[in-house]
Design a protein. Sequence first.
Length: 217
Amino acid sequence: YVEEFWEWDTNAKSPAAYLSPCRQAVYFHIDPVVASEGTAGVRGTKGFTHGEHYWEIEFLEPPYGMAVMLGVGTKRALLHAGNHQYIHMLGMDCESWGLSYKGTVWHHGQSRNYTEPFYEKKTVIGVSLNLSKGTLAFSRNGQSLGVAFTGLKKAGTPLYPIVCSTAAETELQLGMRGCRFPSLEERCCSAILQTMEDKQHIDTLPLPGAVRGRLKD
C-alpha cells in the first residue's frame, strides 16, 4: 500500500462528535451535562470510487453500550440520530455497511454474527475496502477476520470511512491509511463492465480472448 492521507471531516459529523485539533481522533458524547442523547457519527474527508484502501481505527477506551461501530457509507448515510435513538446507525439502511464492537456486521437493517466481541482498550481494527472486487473486510490487531461484505460496487458512488457511537466518552483514533490502485488493464476491464448491462455479450466484443476471459471472472 501507498500511504494515503485523509482525516475526519469537520463538516460531516454529528454535533455530539468532537474532533482533535489534528482531526485524527474523534470523541463522542463528551458533554458533561448530556452524557449521550442518541447516536453520533463522523465521516472521513475522502470518498473512494476505485482501488484498494486500508485504514486502522484504534479504540482508545474500551467500547460499551448499544453500539460503537466502524465501516463505510455513501454521502447519504446517516451521521446523527438524536432524541435518545440508540441505534446501529452504520448499516441501518442500504447506504452503509458497519461492524459493531459486539462482533456483528450490519447492512440494510439486517445483522449477522461475524467475529468475537472486542471489549479491550487499545484494540486496533483494520478496514480493507477493495472496490475492484466490491468487498469489505476487517482485521483485529493485525489478524484477518475475513470478508464481511460483498457487492459494494456502485458505479461512480464514493464510499467514505465512517465511525459512530451511542456511548458516552467513546474515543477512536485514526491509524495507518494506505491505498493501492489497480493496473491499467484492471481499470479498463472495470470501465467496460460498467457500460454493460450483463455479461452475456462479452464474447461478441472485439477484444483478445484473454481479455474477454478476464471480463467473465
